[in-house]
Unconditional design. Structure first.
Length: 384
């Protein structure tokens, strides 16, 4: 069972208990409040309470901002009012994240009305118009292995174990790591393995061996006498992030990492990014399949790995090379298969030629010897 790390259920229920018939969401008009509440309640059921909580403050901020632009009743707004508002956001340097949330909100409203046979105006935005004029790629803190080891050395033994496990396993922070239990760590063929069950994973369940953190994890389990059924780690993700940020600020001052984000803004999720890039670099050297990396990170596709690859300046080359090698291999295997089939038929015909012969004429002797030699050679080739 996935652990409710951020107490989403309590947070949501506290808000839900306020929803009397006379309740109006703070700073919103009555009309906008009713629409807002309906949306949050709907996505809490159709998606999750966590998703609803994450959207509550942001969708409310959008509606509040639009009210300041004179939109007291959202369904009566003009598209130009909506676009002008988000152009201001773009000009202020904001990403298109809020524009995406607005589209999700308005598309929900249109769908609700469509089911009732009502048609409402389309106030959704063309997201391309609200992206900043950059690569459009997210920034993150990227620690090299040396930088990571340096950062880790400033923590106590237990936190060093947690950090190394995060880097090695590429586990998602904080939900997956805090939902992991002792029985999810096991030994196999002399190595330490991790199982991240489907029920605690954001995407897919997976199993893999640890490269760096195996011994440390076993020592950690032994040190605290962790029993089956107990959570492997117990810590505050907020305080953990703050401690990392404090150390990173001391180590790297005001510098930006190669991931485009300031070191001092590091979070647990950046350890996952950094570990993934480290393994991507190793796979570049060893030629191992990127499927192993995709499996380890719990990704459904290669989009994120391609993003890391591009960050490393490797985009296109490795994949194209591997693709061509695979295509060539498949083509050769097919041609060899066809050739073996032809040679097999040839041998069969040659053997049938002499099957019923009881006497060989003198002038046929050399031909027979040649045929027999060919049969022996072809059979050796077919068995190779």
């Amino acid at each position: 069972m996935k652990k409710d790390v951020f107490k989403h259920k309590n947070f949501y229920e506290k808000w839900e208990n306020k929803l009397t018939s006379k309740y109006i969401e703070g700073d919103l008009t009555k009309a906008n409040s009713e629409l807002f509440i309906s949306y949050i309640k709907n996505i809490s059921e159709s998606k999750s309470i966590g998703y609803a909580n994450r959207n509550r403050s942001k969708v409310k901020a959008i509606i509040k901002g639009l009210q300041e632009e004179g939109v007291s009743d959202l369904p009566k707004a003009k598209l130009k009012q909506i676009e002008d508002y988000f152009y201001k956001w773009k000009k202020a340097g904001h990403s298109d994240d809020y524009a995406k949330r607005w589209n999700a909100f308005w598309n929900w409203y249109k769908e609700q009305n469509r089911r009732e046979g009502k048609v409402v105006q389309d106030l959704s935005l063309k997201l391309g118009n609200f992206k900043q004029n950059d690569s459009g790629e997210s920034s993150f803190v990227w620690l090299t292995k040396d930088e990571f080891d340096k950062l880790r050395s400033y923590f106590d033994e237990d936190k060093q174990t947690i950090l190394l496990f995060m880097f090695d396993s590429l586990i998602r922070f904080p939900t997956e790591i805090l939902s992991l239990k002792t029985e999810n760590i096991f030994q196999k063929n002399g190595e330490v393995w991790v199982e991240i069950p489907k029920e605690i994973s954001k995407t897919i369940g997976r199993k893999f061996n640890l490269v760096y953190a195996g011994e440390s994890i076993l020592n950690y389990i032994k040190k605290y006498d962790k029993k089956q059924g107990e959570y492997l780690f117990e810590f505050s993700p907020v305080m953990f992030n703050k401690e990392m940020q404090k150390v990173a600020k001391q180590l790297f001052d005001g510098k930006k990492s190669e991931g485009g984000e300031f070191y001092k803004k590091i979070t647990g999720y950046d350890i996952r990014h950094s570990g993934a890039i480290h393994f991507r670099q190793l796979f570049q050297k060893t030629g191992q399949s990127l499927d192993l990396l995709r499996e380890r990170g719990g990704w459904n596709n290669f989009d994120i790995i391609n993003y890391y690859t591009k960050r490393l300046g490797l985009d296109g080359h490795i994949q194209k090379e591997k693709l061509l090698l695979q295509e060539d291999k498949t083509k050769i295997e097919k041609e060899v298969g066809n050739l073996k089939e032809v040679l097999g038929l040839l041998v069969q015909n040659m053997e049938n030629k002499y099957k019923d012969k009881t006497k060989i004429e003198k002038n046929e002797a050399q031909e027979v010897v040649n045929d027999l030699n060919q049969i022996v050679k072809i059979k050796k080739l077919l068995n190779s």
